[in-house]
Ligand binder design. Structure first.
Ligand code: ME8
Length: 543
């Protein structure tokens, strides 16, 4: 994808369809926030956007969890789904479709797709023997297990031995076609490190995988042999396709693929890369469907340097985090502080320090002090200056003129932390510029024109920063815009592309002279460290 290349005017992005074995955790929140930021940015740019999230509800793992909780599987799923919906609302996620794999409409799509693969001769009956990790819902090679046959991703669970008749999908047949795909479209798997992982895996030789289970009925029956239940991953990946059908349309493959296909980005964590970058395109090839544009596998979150796990008892509760600090803070921290392709750490002290530095000090104070001066020196209006009268060499204008392009390129490659750096650099330049030009002195010297030029340049740069940060911190950006005298709400996703056109608002020089400003109000209150944080954690953060 490139900012400059023409594209279709629709854009579809997916998060994984999360397992409902438990309430959403910080990992699921991380992927969903990132997808929401991309979707918001594309909407801002004027694309017709479909953001899909949802839940993966079938399979043994869910069946057993429900059983342990004393509920029917469907009751259990409904209960947990409500938790996902509630977290997405708290985190201000603007998804368009929530795909649940237990939706009866989904079964119609799965049946039609499976029939195509069957008709293509890619399904056969065979004997499956091997170690199965129920938590991954995946057969494991013996060499990939720990010494006591535990799965490295779920060391508290033993893999289970299986020896049963299953239907298999001829993955091996698609090896040459997959290799051609990776060769011809290097951007299909991103970032590069993940692409290399997949290439190495495929080079070892692909083996057919089983797509049905026996003695397990929480799932769709295999249409041609109802004694078998379809493998949860086969059904789950198709949840993306079902989500594309408009609610008032018949759930057919033709309808599903008519508008939004191919999906532009499947955003996932690195744990499920193989399913998305190997199994999924092969299934699509078998069914005669084109493959998605890109699979982006992000890194994993750790806490205070340790893997987040229930066994270690160091999970981060996203509900608590958002209640304590607000959605913009949570969204900003994870995407600014962690490069999306890499693993990243959460530390509450660093969380607070980053937000105070960037949002309260640099951005918030800048706006506050500049609006205060505009009130005093310019009658509470945008200074009476036309942007083209400010020379191109003005440091804020010079940087502001190219910032829209630079930020767009960063967003395009999902380099959110880089986008934030670029935008925050302008904000910091503004603070320095005010200190250097000291408008309060210019005012005393009677240099009204100079005062107005300085304040215009700063207010306009703050506006541009707020605009370009709006996919990440929509509430703060809205507050900034409203104080600058606009009636624009960055959360009004259906109107935003026309209310604040990208071609105008992403450029420096958009703020209109004499627009009435609102009285300054802090847009982000400084955060305090909760008492409960131990001093050792504070120490770690400062290392
Ligand atoms: O795998 N750091 O669902 P799932 C960052 N149902 N992201 C994390 C994370 C961490 N520590 N832990 C989890 C499934 N994630 C399947 C998907 S798709 C058709 C089916 C995120 O609930 C990350 O996006 O186990 C990972 O890929 C996803 O949660 C796994 O979610």
């Amino acid at each position: 994808m490139s900012y400059t290349e023409p594209r279709k005017n629709t854009f579809a992005i997916t998060t994984p369809l999360y397992y409902v074995n438990d309430l959403p955790h910080i990992g699921s929140a991380y992927t969903t926030i990132a997808a929401d930021v991309v979707a918001r940015f594309e909407r801002l740019r004027g694309f017709s956007v479909l953001m899909i999230t949802g839940t993966d509800e079938h399979g043994q793992k869910i069946q057993r969890t429900a059983q342990a909780a004393g509920r029917s599987p469907q009751e259990h799923c409904d209960k947990i789904v409500a938790g996902f919906e509630s977290l997405w609302e708290k985190l201000n996620i603007n998804y368009d479709r929530f795909s649940r794999t237990t939706n009866p409409r989904h079964e119609a799509i799965v049946r039609e797709f499976f029939q195509r693969v069957w008709d293509n001769g890619d399904i056969y009956l065979g004997q499956q023997t091997g170690w199965y990790c129920v938590s991954c819902e995946e057969f494991k090679e013996e060499r990939d297990l720990l010494d006591d046959r535990r799965c490295p991703l779920h060391p508290n669970r033993e893999a289970e031995w299986r020896d049963e008749q299953n239907y298999f999908f001829r993955l091996s047949k698609y090896q040459p076609e997959l290799e051609r795909l990776y060769q011809e479209r290097p951007e299909f798997i991103q970032p590069e490190s993940r692409r290399n992982e997949v290439l190495a895996f495929v080079q070892r030789g692909l083996q057919d995988f089983s797509v049905s289970r026996v003695n397990m009925d929480w799932g769709f029956p295999v249409p041609q042999d109802p004694n078998h239940t379809l493998y949860v991953w086969f059904d789950a990946l198709l949840g993306y396709v079902t989500a594309l059908v408009d609610p008032d349309e018949e759930p057919t493959l033709e309808n599903a693929l008519s508008k939004w296909w191919p999906i532009d980005i499947h955003l996932i964590g690195k744990d499920i890369l193989r399913f998305h970058a190997v199994y999924w395109p092969a299934m699509l090839m078998s069914a005669g469907v084109s493959v998605p544009d890109c699979v982006f596998g992000h890194g994993f979150l750790t806490k205070d340097g340790q893997k987040i796990s229930k066994t270690l008892g160091n999970t981060i509760d996203p509900f608590q985090l958002v209640e304590r600090y607000g959605s913009d803070a949570v969204r900003y921290y994870f995407l600014k502080e962690i490069e999306l392709g890499r693993d990243g750490d959460f530390n509450e002290t660093r969380f607070i320090n980053t937000l105070n530095a960037d949002l309260a000090n640099d951005l918030g104070n800048l706006l506050n002090r500049t609006l205060g001066m505009a009130k005093k020196y310019c009658e509470g209006q945008v200074p009476n200056v036309s942007a083209d009268r400010i020379p191109d060499e003005n440091p804020l204008k010079a940087s502001g003129l190219t910032l829209g392009d630079r930020a767009a390129r960063a967003y395009d490659s999902l380099a959110f932390s880089h986008a934030c750096e670029e935008i925050l650099a302008l904000v910091r330049d503004c603070n320095k510029y005010i200190d250097d030009r000291a408008p309060w002195k210019l005012y005393k010297q009677g240099e009204q024109q100079a005062v107005e030029e300085v304040l215009y340049a700063v207010l306009e740069s703050a506006r541009l920063a707020a605009y370009l940060l709006s996919p990440l911190i929509p509430n703060i950006s809205t507050a900034i815009y409203q104080q600058l005298g606009y009636k624009i709400d960055f959360n009004d996703q259906s109107a935003i592309a026309t209310a604040a056109k990208f071609t105008t608002h992403a450029n420096w020089g958009t703020l209109s002279a004499k627009q009435p400003l609102s009285p300054p109000k802090p847009v982000f209150a400084r955060l305090e460290l909760p008492e409960t944080l131990s001093s050792s954690q504070k120490d770690k953060a400062s290392v």
